[in-house]
Each structure stands twice: as structure tokens, then as C-alpha cells.
Design a protein around this ligand. Structure first.
Ligand SMILES: [Zn+2]
Length: 216
């Protein structure tokens, strides 16, 4: 089951506000933080933040670490398909979630939708398949990524691999000296192979080894 079960629902007034923003000819992705639009948009952003913070049980959509339950600075409203590239999806309920400040900043404007063969995409994709990353509205995170000791991420699928790279999830721990990347890479490879071979005992042993390395 997908991580997010309930998308945000906008009131009549909020929908009107969104329509006003979007139909403005000068509308661009910068409007999200634009000064003159700040007041009504700020209330809308708080509303979105509150909804997804609760829905995601105060966990970042990408690294699964805690987001702030009080302040907005470490619980950012995140556009899953970047607003720089897809401004029409800026207020699409399924394109919104919350993320920690690091994931939001590192992910930045990288594209997360698979390119289509011909023409332009008109509607927001309605299935997991259209996305490169683990999408909180369509995917179950645990199907794609294993997390060890809160700081080592092992991909189980292509989407998992993309998401780990997109948000540099392991790189952060390497940078802070939590572990040697080479050894962990080898173990991650072994883990994948053991899983592919269906060797449960070996999977358990490798997982224990990874945890031990991280806890030392
Ligand atoms: Zn995060």
C-alpha cells in the first residue's frame, strides 16, 4: 500500500485562490515563494504542510527521518515532480508531500517523471510506473528501499536506486564519516545477490553484518 493514503483536499476558497494564481499570465514556479503572493499562499502552504505531515506521520517522504512537528523549516512542502519543470502540477494534490530540508534541497529540480515517447504530457500521471522515484502517493517505500540503523539505504528496485541517488541518502552518512562506502557497497551487492538466490539464511547474516558495522 502507498505511504500516503489520503491526498490533500482543497476547500472552495482554496480552489479559487489556486485558480487565480495559475491563470495569472505572469504565473511561474517562483510564485510559490513570491513576496506579493505571500499572504494567501502562506496559509495554503501551511494547510498542505499540516495535512501531509500528519498523513506521513511526521516522516520525510524520501529519507524517512523525522520532519519537524512545529517549524516549517524542516518540514517543507515538496513538489514530487519539480515545480520548475511542471508548473501545472504545482498544486496537484498527488504531486505534494512533505520532506526534510536536506532532501528537498538536494533533490532540487531534478526530473522525476519518465519521459514519454511522443508529444507532451497533459495530465498528472496516475500510476507508479510513470515515475522514476519512489512516489509516496503510489508506492510503498519498503518495497523499494531497506534502511539499516537509520543511515544506510539499500535499494531493492530501480526506483529505490534512483531515489537514493536523487537525495544522496548514503552520501550524507559517508561525508560525516559514519562508514567506509566501499565495504558497505560490497555488502549491499551481496545482499542483493543473496535475495535474488532466495537464500534467507545468508540474507539474515548479511543484514546482521551491516547492522553491526553501523552500530560500531
Ligand atoms: Zn529527508
Amino acid at each position: 500500500m502507498a505511504d500516503i493514503k489520503k491526498k490533500v483536499v482543497f476547500s472552495k476558497e482554496q480552489k479559487t485562490l489556486i485558480e487565480d494564481i495559475v491563470k495569472d499570465e505572469s504565473f511561474s514556479h517562483n510564485d510559490w515563494t513570491k513576496v506579493e503572493k505571500k499572504e494567501p499562499l502562506q496559509a495554503l502552504r501551511s494547510y498542505i504542510r499540516k495535512h501531509y505531515r500528519t498523513e506521513q506521520m511526521a516522516k520525510c517522504a524520501y529519507c524517512k527521518k523525522d520532519v519537524s512537528v512545529q517549524s516549517a523549516s524542516n518540514c517543507q512542502v515538496e513538489h514530487i515532480a519539480p515545480k520548475e519543470k511542471y508548473k501545472d502540477y504545482m498544486f496537484h494534490p498527488k504531486n505534494l508531500c512533505v520532506a526534510c530540508a536536506d532532501c528537498n534541497a538536494i533533490k532540487w529540480n531534478r526530473d522525476t517523471i519518465k519521459p514519454i515517447k511522443s508529444g507532451e504530457r497533459k495530465r498528472y500521471p496516475s500510476s507508479s510506473r510513470a515515475f522514476l522515484l519512489v512516489h509516496p502517493h503510489f508506492d510503498d517505500y519498503t518495497d523499494h528501499i531497506d534502511i539499516f540503523s537509520d543511515r544506510w539505504y539499500v535499494d531493492k528496485t530501480k526506483k529505490g536506486h534512483f531515489t537514493i541517488g536523487l537525495c544522496k541518502l548514503n552520501q550524507r552518512s559517508v561525508d560525516f564519516g559514519y562508514f567506509e562506502p566501499d565495504e558497505m557497497m560490497v555488502l549491499a551487492e551481496d545482499l542483493r545477490a543473496a535475495k535474488a538466490n532466495g537464500s534467507r539464511q545468508l540474507v539474515g547474516l548479511i543484514k546482521d553484518r551491516i547492522r553491526k558495522l553501523l552500530d560500531d
